[in-house]
Write a protein that binds this ligand. Sequence first.
Ligand SMILES: CC(C)(COP(=O)(O)OP(=O)(O)OC[C@H]1O[C@@H](n2cnc3c(N)ncnc32)[C@H](O)[C@@H]1OP(=O)(O)O)[C@@H](O)C(=O)NCCC(=O)NCCS
Length: 146
Amino acid sequence: MKKFFLEDVSIDVAWDDRQGCDFQAMWMGRKVGHALCIIDGDRIKLCDIVVFDGVKFKRAFGLLPYRHVNFRNRGIGSLLMKAVISEIRKHQISKIYGFIVSKDLKRNPNLLNWYVGWGFAEVDRDEFQDVYLRDEDIVITKNLTY
Ligand SMILES: CC(C)(COP(=O)(O)OP(=O)(O)OC[C@H]1O[C@@H](n2cnc3c(N)ncnc32)[C@H](O)[C@@H]1OP(=O)(O)O)[C@@H](O)C(=O)NCCC(=O)NCCS
């Protein structure tokens, strides 16, 4: 497998009828992560952002035919987030929100900090009463200024 450099990662952006936007992180022709945003009135919802932790690569030598490579903590999630924010700015949308579910939080206790590093803040869930959330789930938002 080729040595990893973040510079070799590209982010492909695709809008679906201008309502939803899909971001795919590509490295050496392979998908290594993605994000999905949906326009919700004057806001945008970050539905999903994930960097893959087990991409399968064929080995040239060795007993095992494949190795599974973890692409997390290499800056790819940050590249995806930058692309999301830049795309939102193009559409003059001033607010982005998302939910951190307890399942993800348990697996990665640093997750909220990661979002905070991107300018998100935990907010009261009153605004989202129509969304099913567990007590431990967290609502996060970020306001964009122009
Ligand atoms: C959350 C998630 C998308 C972050 O993606 P990632 O690629 O691991 O994130 P990054 O590498 O950009 O940032 C993680 C850390 O690596 C560091 N890092 C390592 N190498 C880096 C590089 N070359 N450039 C920039 N940052 C780098 C960052 O500083 C960051 O440190 P921090 O946690 O102190 O802020 C990823 O962990 C994931 O897919 N988690 C599982 C799914 C999930 O929980 N998604 C969120 C749902 S709400």
